[in-house]
Ligand binder design. Structure first.
Ligand SMILES: Cc1cc2nc3c(=O)[nH]c(=O)nc-3n(C[C@H](O)[C@H](O)[C@H](O)COP(=O)(O)OP(=O)(O)OC[C@H]3O[C@@H](n4cnc5c(N)ncnc54)[C@H](O)[C@@H]3O)c2cc1C
Length: 295
């Protein structure tokens, strides 16, 4: 990838797993080496700069987005260094490439996160992970990361600086762009058992999820006390509830599917309806896990 290529009036729908999203006034794909150019451009044009990973956890506004939207991509593949007991990945690396890199070295670490889509940067931002069979998230292995500040400075944050919590990090409050991260390497157990474990984890996930449907995974976080939002939504009889092209999945009540042509307004309408009904029936306040983008 050479100098940054900035395009005008780009539809963002193809960049989100929900396949929902309007046009960004400017769009670019950037890696850690040319992201500073994007920041300069946004400053010169007095535009907001919005950062996208692989769009697997965002509801993108279907209207016009007056911003420079930058998708963070990888320049170099992830590296696992068994001698140092550390791995390094750029933010644009697919999380699954990191899962595979650990497994190829026979090192424990990311196998429980097998099957989670998205980039390493998005996973760090969200503190992506699983609650079942045991709680496990990217923060368990995170050592430190390199981030770009609004002023264009590179800032190094350690695990302690990240304020990781259940599907959240300090990046919710600080406008920092994740560029790269270092992770711990776990016990060396050999490649074959890890590959088997990963295959099984992926199969189990697939059996619970609607296939070939456009979605963004879980829409809501677990409710207070760790109760799965999907159970509450299901008990309200909301599976199959529709708004325009958006529908509460029959297979997994915490997922909203885009049946085709859904807009962000359809999904937002469904989200409000779900929250209202769950509150009326259980007094539980659901909070969105998906992030609103470009509103
Ligand atoms: C089928 C499916 C299954 C899923 N299962 C799980 C699961 O089991 N567990 C789980 O935790 N999640 C799950 N998700 C949600 C999603 O995959 C994760 O949250 C993922 O980590 C998001 O990464 P992304 O690159 O797609 O981020 P995006 O969706 O592109 O962005 C998410 C947020 O991170 C910000 N961001 C992205 N990259 C950067 C960066 N480099 N610097 C700063 N901010 C950044 C964006 O601005 C946005 O606010 C699932 C999604 C789908 C579609």
């Amino acid at each position: 990838m050479g100098p940054l290529k900035i395009s005008e009036n780009v539809s963002l729908a193809p960049f989100a797993t929900w396949k929902i999203g309007g046009e960004a006034r400017f769009f670019a794909r950037a890696n850690p080496e040319n992201i500073a150019e994007a920041l300069d451009f946004a400053k010169r044009m007095s535009l907001r700069m919005l950062v996208l990973g692989r769009g697997s956890n965002v509801l993108i506004n279907s209207g016009k987005i007056d911003a420079l939207v930058v998708q963070i991509v990888q320049k170099n593949p992830p590296k696992v260094d068994l001698n140092r007991g550390e791995a390094f990945a750029e933010a644009g690396t697919l999380l699954q490439a990191l899962v595979q890199a650990y497994a190829a070295c026979g090192a424990r670490g990311f196998e429980k996160l097998a099957g989670i889509p998205g980039s390493v940067g998005g996973a760090v931002f969200m503190n992506a992970g699983v609650l079942n069979p045991a709680e496990c998230s990217i923060s368990d292995l995170f050592l430190s990361g390199g981030f770009l500040s609004e002023k264009g400075e590179i800032v190094e944050l350690s695990r302690g600086d990240m304020n990781f919590g259940y599907r959240k990090s300090v990046l919710f409050d600080k406008p920092l762009i994740a560029l790269s991260a270092r992770f711990k390497v776990g016990e060396i157990v050999g490649a074959e058992p890890l590959k088997r474990e990963i295959r099984q984890t992926v199969l189990t996930r697939l059996s619970k999820q609607p296939q070939n449907r456009k979605n963004a995974g879980s829409v809501f976080k677990a409710a207070e006390g760790g109760v799965a939002a999907g159970i509450l939504i299901d008990k309200c009889g909301l599976k199959g509830r529709r708004r325009g092209g958006a529908m509460v999945s029959f297979k997994h009540a915490n997922w909203i599917e885009n049946l085709g042509g859904a807009t962000s307004a359809d999904v937002l309408g469904l989200i409000s309806e779900i929250k209202e009904e769950v509150f009326k029936k259980f007094g539980a306040e659901l909070r969105e896990e998906v992030r609103m983008f470009g509103f």
